[in-house]
Design a binder for this molecule. Structure first.
Ligand code: TMP
Length: 403
């Protein structure tokens, strides 16, 4: 299978095949399973710019609907992280008079709340209605639109140029990334920066985190692919900073061409990526083989536990659970329920695999023998919270293990 790159139109060859998948965050109600949307989840890399991307094109209106269930404030670690991001931007980029920051996909306002509290001019761009309302209730100004060139021009006309455009776990979701980059050029002031943090290809490869591929992640970025994309649209990559969040992310800072000198980290990370083969198809092909191994090991472990009469539950229902359960063919016969603290996911089922999502109180009462940790990027927080759990944890990243 071959398509053309969404960024530079170069040839993209499919390397990771995760089968037919529904939308990661669909979480349908048990009575609404007819007509679920499925698509082939194949991931490829562009020969020219090394951008890793989904081969299928899923309309964004299908993904970010009014009831989009993801809440960025879903963990205390994440909330603290984004408050930290806000305070750092306030100290570094938003110090002058009448500064202005735009956040693309502000979700429930987890980052902008601290900016609003500091009285700094801001605008959250958020098309999903329920989360936008949560942000508004925290005193944040929200524009209910998708961010693209046109939105950027309208914001500039209405509010003036931005000193900072920020995005977290959203820029890699936007299949029209070209239009976002053109929009950034339009909206930024001469010394403005476009800062975004997204799951990092290097971490996905290192940890065999194939479940980070789902419909919302149109791309998985690397320093080299972002540098190439930025260049194409008149921007420079001026900084890159590895982050621990979401199992391993990277924060990228782009500025208008020639406006800022790149930090030494950019060249260092580029060299490290070349040494690790993050710009080569073979690396993705190897990831595909390792994902197959995880699939085989996890399904055979769950089947043998079932044969032994053990009770197994799932813990955490991130979008990742949709990829892993559909890829492995794991349904409610192997994992009867998964608990998750997000009310908007509870009493619904995982798309495709139809595993029921219940509140954590059910897990605590039920006391299963084993719990598969699907929210593996929150392992520390969850294991601490569930220190009374007497069963054993099953993890499958980077390989299947019983703890
Ligand atoms: P994320 O990996 O995309 O942030 O999603 C994590 C999911 O795990 C989210 O649905 C909330 C859930 N979760 C719990 O159920 N309990 C917890 O203690 C934490 C931290 C997350």
């Amino acid at each position: 299978m071959e398509t053309s790159c969404r960024i530079c139109s170069g040839p993209v060859k499919g390397s990771v095949d995760l089968g037919v998948q529904p939308r990661g965050n669909a979480f349908p109600k048990p009575g609404e399973l007819a007509g679920e949307f499925f698509y082939p989840l194949i991931v490829g890399m562009c020969d020219s710019c090394a951008m890793v991307q989904l081969m299928a094109d899923i309309p964004q209106e299908v993904r970010y609907h009014d009831q989009y269930p993801y809440r960025a404030s879903n963990s205390t670690v994440h909330s603290a992280h984004f408050a930290g991001v806000a305070h750092r931007l306030l100290r570094t980029e938003l110090t002058g008079r009448d500064r202005f920051i735009v956040e693309i996909g502000c979700n429930d306002g987890v980052m902008l709340a601290s900016i609003a509290e500091a009285g700094v001019r801001h605008l959250g761009v958020e098309p999903s209605q329920e989360v936008a309302e949560l942000a508004r209730s925290r005193g944040i100004e929200v524009l209910p639109r998708f961010f693209d060139e046109e939105t950027a021009a309208d914001i500039r006309a209405g509010h003036g140029p931005a000193d900072v455009i920020f995005g977290a776990n959203v820029i890699a979701h936007i299949s029209h990334l070209d239009s976002v980059l053109k929009g950034a050029v339009t909206l930024l002031g001469p010394d403005g920066v476009f800062v975004f943090e997204e799951p990092y290809l290097g971490a996905v490869v290192e940890q065999t985190a194939f479940d980070l591929f789902y419909d919302e992640h149109s791309f998985v970025f690397s320093v080299s692919s972002i540098r190439a994309a930025a260049r194409l649209f008149g921007l420079d990559l001026v900084d890159a900073e590895p982050l621990a969040i979401h199992g391993g992310s990277m924060r990228y800072t782009l500025a208008k061409r020639g406006a800022r000198r790149p930090t030494p980290a950019v060249a260092e990370l580029l060299a490290a990526e070349r040494a690790r083969g993050l710009d080569r198809h073979a690396t993705l092909e190897e990831l595909n083989r390792r994902a197959e191994r995880v699939r085989d090991d996890l399904t055979s472990l769950l089947r043998s536990l079932r044969a032994d009469g053990k009770r197994v539950a799932g813990y955490g229902a991130p979008a990742k659970i949709t990829t892993v359960t559909n890829y492995c063919g794991i349904g409610a016969d192997l994992i009867p329920y998964v608990c998750d603290s997000t009310p908007s996911k509870q009493n619904r089922v995982v798309a495709g695999s139809h595993i029921p999502v219940v509140p954590p109180s059910v897990f605590r009462q039920d006391r299963p023998d084993y719990a598969v940790l699907f929210a593996w990027n929150h392992a520390e927080e969850i294991m601490e919270k569930e220190s009374d759990f007497t069963g054993r944890w099953i993890v499958y990243i980077p390989q299947v293990r019983v703890l």
